[in-house]
Design a protein around this ligand. Structure first.
Ligand SMILES: *[C@@H]1O[C@H](CO)[C@@H](O)[C@H](O)[C@H]1NC(C)=O
Ligand SMILES: *[C@@H]1O[C@H](CO)[C@@H](O)[C@H](O)[C@H]1NC(C)=O
Ligand SMILES: *[C@@H]1O[C@H](CO)[C@@H](O)[C@H](O)[C@H]1NC(C)=O
Length: 741
């Protein structure tokens, strides 16, 4: 306790200990400090305490003070749109945004979501997600985040947060830390080794903090046997000191477990302000926090620091300037008094379209060219006859899948299913549509037998663990398609020689059974595309645009190949360390079916002329901590570039990818790790230079001994290509010298 008290005091004393690049925070802090002095103790406690679940219009609300002009703060789900409100836009899920590998689209999606949040009076939108990162391919909430790769996830966090916050809403990076599965999430301990913690799970949160994220949500699980929201190691030490986070930490809903300890270890806001556990209705903060400050068990400076952080985030976003009132209530159907959807459907369609990954395309089966007849098969082709919102929090997998289930959802204003959009196109083309929108194999076979080409829709769903769908308690039971999807495709492939399979899924689905069928010519992954699902798919199936999505995870031949899975125990020792997803496949020489970063196009790209211009000093990062980490970690150490040329006949976009292998002087490290990417749109015969800017962090590893990011000495390997295994250009650079002796 002595130690905790000390660190809490040290932190409040160093509340301004963040450095350059944070001018916005500096002025926000001065205004917050001035406001703090006008508040009485009850008001201070009210600003850090939720008004209880359903106690206000939003899923989280705080008490409004009257001494300053500051509202009851409205915190609202979700990472893909505004939950419990309508009309709102149902954006593509994080996993689709990640699959675009497109910085400008990630930003645009964030900006559009943020505009809706602000328009509805939401102060804090609870997203984006970098935890789960997705080390377990069957983890229930992976789809809420962007990618299992920390670099891609980090860029996506940064762009999304900038987009959201430029629109005026506070973003909330979640879930901190190690929340990799749904089973036992309230009790399981994620025992993460120091190095894997930094290089995988902390990494994208560094980007979030660097992007000036207003808030961070601590998770339900334990880290090293201590609850995340009760952990000095991960809140005070890691998030606030090491990453220099100037904003506030808010608990996941009921993830707080104590009055005094949580305050001392760095929790700044409790949500929703009531505890469902025991005794029922007990409140850890509110008047109990006031008592704890009065009796000295929580220093006044700590309470003042909580309030200052929360007010500073509010000022940082300019929310003191005419911010809209909350215009809906989560608890009465969510009907809003304003329509904030604007033209966001076009952002949805673009993200959905550019996230589609073409996995297989034998004999150029795609794009479709005015087929005479087309069989559209599977329940996943059409909207649930009961409507796209028939199940609360999308707690069923009926009809076409366009988002997962749980709190990370929003209400569909409408849902354009694949069948709807294909029918429109078919009318133009004079194509006869024969449909079978159930998962009945016999109906499927009769429909397919009568058509030139058959498109079969299969899916795989997952979500948050408070809901079980078809026996899946959040996490997926397996990586197979649901509803006997393999049998459905088999029945079609038996009677039709031109079969196209479309997969709507939350993550990897094993495809070996389907790939063994010679009639299956093309496979398309469309993920969780949101409300414009069908329109985006038609854009790609008919070649209005070439597919340009790339897998944000590996698709294995068998589920066991990943080496990681959710478990039903109370402990996960993260024994795989750094070796998750492609890092694991590369390290162990396992051939995946479709590797991380993979995705076909209707055109071809050629890579030529790699140039390497990297100059770095070996040794540890130094310098003062700015939001994100030590300042010099984000300094440029040079560039790597290559020319990409569209050698095909149609326009297309290529995601050029840079992977780096560290020299042997670094302790056991994955053979290659993503450290750059650039999406280039190219007309036929057009070429462009892909330029990857490297920062010091990109060539460092986390040294557990010195507790610093270190650039090792020796020869770094460079791999530039079209996926993590389709390497087109090799190079290297050397960092000389020695350090630390
Ligand atoms: C603090 O201010 C509130 C108004 O926001 C007022 O209702 C309350 O009585 C004050 N409390 C104390 C202890 O002065
Ligand atoms: C968890 O414990 C391990 C083993 O002692 C340590 O290396 C690591 O730094 C700890 N992680 C955190 C986040 O405190
Ligand atoms: C979902 O599908 C199941 C199985 O066909 C059915 O029993 C259920 O009523 C459907 N639910 C909704 C809300 O559409």
């Amino acid at each position: 306790m002595q130690h905790l008290l000390f660190s809490a005091l040290a932190l409040s004393a160093s509340a301004h200990a963040y450095g350059s690049g944070s001018a916005g925070w500096d002025s926000a802090y001065s205004r917050a400090t001035a406001a703090l002095h006008k508040l009485n103790q009850t008001e201070k406690v009210g600003i850090v305490t939720g008004v209880t679940w359903t106690g206000g219009p939003c899923v989280g609300n705080t008490y409004a003070p009257s001494s300053i002009d500051y509202p009851s703060l409205c915190l609202q789900d979700s990472p893909l749109g505004i939950r419990f409100a309508n009309p709102v836009t149902a954006f593509p899920a994080g996993i689709n945004a990640g699959a675009t590998w497109d910085r400008s689209l990630l930003y645009a999606r964030g900006a559009a979501m943020g505009a809706e949040a602000k328009g509805l009076g939401v102060h804090v939108q609870l997203g984006p997600v970098a935890g789960p990162l997705g080390k377990n391919p069957n983890g229930g909430r992976n789809w809420e985040g962007f990618s299992v790769d920390p670099y891609l996830s980090g860029v996506a966090m940064e762009e999304t947060i900038q987009g959201m916050q430029d629109s005026g809403v506070q973003a909330c990076a979640k879930h901190w830390l190690g929340n990799e599965q749904e089973h036992n999430r309230d009790t399981i301990s994620s025992n993460i080794g120091d190095r894997a913690a930094h290089e995988l799970y902390v990494w994208p949160f560094m980007n979030a903090v660097k992007a000036n994220v207003a808030s961070v949500m601590c998770s339900y699980n334990k880290v090293n046997e201590t609850w995340a929201c009760e952990s000095d190691a991960i809140l005070n030490e890691l998030m606030k000191k090491e990453l220099g986070f100037p904003g506030y930490v808010v608990s996941d809903w009921n993830a707080q477990h104590s009055t005094v300890n949580s305050a001392l270890v760095g929790l700044d806001m409790t949500m929703p302000g009531s505890d469902f556990n025991s005794p029922p209705g007990s409140i850890f903060w509110g008047s109990n926090l006031a008592k704890a400050v009065a009796d000295g068990s929580v220093p006044q400076s700590r309470l003042d620091n909580m309030v200052t952080r929360i007010l500073a985030a509010w000022y940082l976003l300019g929310q003191d300037q005419g911010y809209p009132e909350v215009s809906f209530s989560s608890w009465n159907g969510g009907k809003a008094t304003v329509d904030v959807t604007g033209d966001h459907a076009s952002v949805v369609r673009t993200v959905a379209r550019d996230s589609i990954v073409l996995l297989k395309n034998a004999g150029d089966a795609l794009p479709l060219r005015r087929p005479k007849s087309l069989a559209i098969i599977g329940e996943d082709a059409a909207v649930n006859p009961d409507g796209p919102n028939a199940c609360s929090d999308r707690s069923c997998n009926n009809g076409t899948l366009a988002m997962g289930w749980g709190s990370g959802t929003a209400q569909f204003p409408y849902l354009v299913a694949p069948l709807d959009a294909i029918q429109v196109q078919a009318k133009k083309d004079g194509t006869k549509i024969i449909q079978s929108t159930t998962d009945s194999t016999s109906d499927a076979a009769s429909a397919a037998a009568a058509a030139e080409t058959a498109v079969v829709f299969i899916n795989s769903d997952a979500g948050e663990g408070y809901i079980t769908v078809e026996g899946n308690a959040g996490d997926r039971n397996n990586l197979d398609p649901w509803h006997n999807g393999n049998e459905l495709v088999k029945s079609v492939a038996a009677v039709n020689k031109h079969v196209i399979v479309v997969v709507h899924s939350v993550g990897p689905v094993t495809l070996e059974t389907i790939l063994a069928l010679p009639s299956v010519k093309a496979i398309v992954w469309a993920g969780l595309p949101g409300q414009e699902s069908g329109n985006a798919l038609v854009d790609v199936l008919y070649g209005t645009i070439s597919p340009s999505g790339k897998l944000p995870y590996t698709i294995a031949k068998a589920a066991g190949d990943y080496g990681t899975t959710w478990n039903n125990a109370q402990v996960d020792d993260f024994t795989e360390g750094l070796f998750i997803d492609y890092r694991h496949f590369d390290q162990n020489g396992i051939t995946p079916r479709y590797e991380f970063g993979y995705g076909l196009s209707y055109t071809k790209f050629d890579y030529t002329g790699i140039a390497v211009d990297v100059h770095a000093r070996a040794g540890p990062s130094t310098g003062k901590v700015i939001p994100g980490g030590p300042a010099d970690l984000f300094n440029s150490v040079g560039t790597i570039s290559t020319t990409v040329r569209n050698t095909g006949k149609v326009a297309g976009a290529e995601v050029a990818q840079l992977y780096i292998g560290l020299p042997n002087s670094a302790p056991s490290t994955p053979p290659k790790q993503l450290r750059g990417f650039q999406k280039l749109r190219l007309e036929p015969k057009q070429s462009s230079r892909a330029v990857f800017e490297l920062t010091r962090r990109d060539i460092s590893y986390w040294d557990v001994t010195t507790q610093k990011w270190v650039v090792p000495t020796g020869k770094f390997s460079i791999y530039v290509g079209s996926s993590s295994r389709d390497i087109r250009q090799h190079g290297s650079f050397t960092v000389g010298g020695s350090w630390g002796n």
